[in-house]
Design a protein around this ligand. Structure first.
Ligand SMILES: Nc1ncnc2c1ncn2[C@@H]1O[C@H](COP(=O)(O)OP(=O)(O)OP(=O)(O)O)[C@@H](O)[C@H]1O
Ligand SMILES: O=c1[nH]c(=O)c2[nH+]cn([C@@H]3O[C@H](COP(=O)(O)O)[C@@H](O)[C@H]3O)c2[nH]1
Ligand SMILES: NC(=O)CC[C@H](N)C(=O)O
Ligand SMILES: [Mg+2]
Length: 512
């Protein structure tokens, strides 16, 4: 393992932001479940531990708790927000609900000069988001900073190298937040910061070889960024022991099967099987309107298809997927709280429990932009690395309500027109995603003096860095007008086009 910082996830919306801030300092970081045994962290040889924030209160009965032994591992620990409250309570201090909650901007007064605040001024603006607070320090701790409403906004046990911050150093709005993180990583955990993408490839290749041994792997290949990068990485590790399976589930975009076959043939030299199983998927989806049910059915059917392919190939032990970190966090209910589940990405929450194949997901700690850098490092072409994402459940989650052949035709044609124009006007690579959504709403129109009563297409065009947040792209009106005209003129059954101007949050990128 390279130098690693463990980030224990207590459900903060910023956990992933912490992890990538660390990687920006060229230190490998890995997100672990909040209850990971200390022995596992030790076995992984972690150089430091960060406890994330989280929505719970540490004194509530259902509060997620870490293994207390992690404080005896003799590596530095930094608790952020909930993490501070947690270590405060576990080590003998007291936490209470506060009447003066702090949300947003605050001023931190730095008191005792701590290694954590090296080279910082005595006062910085910080970003808060908490309702509870520490009111009694645990033994051996001292205050190193306070805000208006928290006497213990920053605390330290110098001997044991345990630190707590009530504010969020990982967010952009905390002044000098990256310096605080740097101080923790470089000065306190003594990381060298020599981790690179090339190093990541080397580490992953080794790990894949060790996990797989002489067994065989099948990989669900969609032609998308993630699975293509995963394929290239795994192929580098085990070569011929890998077979890629591309599933035509009947929910793909116009001409996509041919395009992926060609892309693959031109750029890769691996075993590829195309599984033509559209009817299997579409039959199961007849009459299904609930988004989560669609996703679960598709996830299950993918596995069914993979298992059929395994029967044909023989001796296969692993199913590899291009799952990346955001797929994982959105699909897993945090702290067992189902309300925190946003949507089941087909490749994560949609997998059946009875599955026999073991899962191999070498990208499940990375963000999209990191996957893209990895793809470039592996020598994949721009047309693969910079392709817009397309969800595994495909057009099923872009047809609101029932999925019928007629609706598939409509959304496919509309989508193809948008895509063609995006490429022609050079917008395709400038936005995160652009696609058409079919709305099961009919409205009145007039075409050639004749009344129409046809369906609506919504255009969804968004900008994003990592799909965790997104905003609608402000494309020129002339462009939108052209796309709208073409769709209404060329796609039978559509007489109205609307533009989705919602951001994520509160909306999501896909409509289902
Ligand atoms: N049609 C398909 N055939 C086989 N596997 C698929 C298919 N669609 C999705 N998958 C599997 O599900 C995983 C998740 O899909 P997802 O869309 O997130 O990733 P991707 O298609 O590889 O990349 P992108 O996000 O750029 O579309 C893929 O990495 C792949 O392993
Ligand atoms: O492989 C996938 N399987 C899925 O089930 C899935 N659902 C959403 N997406 C893609 O993830 C990103 C975030 O989407 P949302 O804002 O809609 O959650 C966007 O890029 C979506 O296209 C999926 N990808
Ligand atoms: N952002 C956080 O970690 C919040 C911690 C805790 N839920 C509080 O409100 O104080
Ligand atoms: Mg995809």
């Amino acid at each position: 393992m390279p130098e690693t910082i463990a980030v224990l996830d207590f459900g903060s919306q910023y956990t992933q932001v912490i992890a990538r801030r660390l990687r920006e300092f060229h230190v490998y970081s890995k997100v672990y479940r909040f209850d990971t045994p200390a022995s596992e962290l030790k076995a992984d040889g972690v150089n430091g531990i960060i406890l994330s924030g989280g929505p719970s209160s540490v004194f509530s009965e259902s509060a997620p708790m870490p293994d207390p032994d992690l404080f005896s591992l003799e590596v530095p620990v930094l608790g952020i927000c909930y993490g501070l409250q947690l270590l405060g309570r576990i080590l003998g201090g007291k936490v209470e609900k506060s009447t003066e909650r702090e949300y947003g901007r605050g001023t931190l007064n730095i008191l005792n000069k701590s290694a954590l605040f090296k080279d910082l001024p005595d006062e910085i603006q910080v970003w808060n988001s908490h309702g509870d607070r520490l009111i009694e320090l645990p033994a051996g701790f001292m205050t190193i900073g306070k805000t208006e409403n928290s006497d213990f906004a920053a605390i330290e046990n110098r001997d044991r190298r345990i630190f707590g911050l009530q504010f969020h150093p990982e967010v952009f709005h905390t002044e000098r937040g990256t310096d605080i993180i740097r101080n923790f990583l470089i000065d306190i955990c003594q990381c060298k910061g020599d981790w690179t993408m090339a190093g990541y490839i080397e580490m992953s290749v080794e790990k894949i070889r060790k996990t797989v041994g002489d067994r065989h792997v099948i990989l669900g290949l969609s032609g998308g960024v993630d699975s293509s990068v995963a394929a290239a990485l795994i192929h580098r590790a085990i070569g011929e022991q890998l077979t890629c399976v591309f599933v035509d589930n009947g929910l793909l975009r116009k001409d996509e099967v041919q395009a992926v076959e060609k892309l693959f043939g031109d750029n890769f030299h691996m075993n590829l099987v195309v599984s033509r199983t559209a009817d299997l998927f579409l039959d199961k989806l007849v009459g299904v309107t609930d988004p989560e049910r669609k996703r679960k059915i598709i996830g299950n059917t993918f596995v069914e298809v993979f298992e059929q392919e395994v029967e044909k190939i023989g001796e296969v032990d692993f199913l590899a997927q291009g799952t990346i970190y955001p797929d994982v966090i959105e699909s897993v209910p945090i702290g067992g709280n189902p309300a925190a589940l946003i949507k089941s990405h087909h490749n994560v929450g949609g997998l059946p429990e009875r599955m026999k194949l073991k899962i191999l997901e070498p990208l499940n700690q990375l963000f999209k932009d990191e996957v893209r850098r990895l793809g470039e490092e592996l020598g994949l072409p721009k047309s693969v690395v910079w392709r817009q994402p397309f969800p595994g459940p495909g057009l099923a989650v872009r047809i609101i309500g029932d999925i019928t052949p007629e609706r598939l035709r409509i959304v496919r044609e509309a989508d193809a027109i948008l895509m063609e124009e995006m490429k022609a006007e050079d917008y395709y690579y400038k936005v995160w995603q652009s696609f058409a959504v079919f709305l099961p709403v009919q409205s009145v129109g007039v075409m050639g003096d004749e009344r129409t009563y046809d369906f609506v297409i919504a255009l969804r065009i968004v900008e994003s860095i990592d799909a965790m947040t997104a905003d609608w792209a402000r494309l020129p009106h002339e462009f939108l007008q052209k796309v709208s005209n073409r769709i209404i003129n060329e796609v039978q059954g559509v007489n109205r086009v609307v533009l989705d101007i919602s951001s994520k949050p509160p909306s999501t990128i896909e409509w289902e």
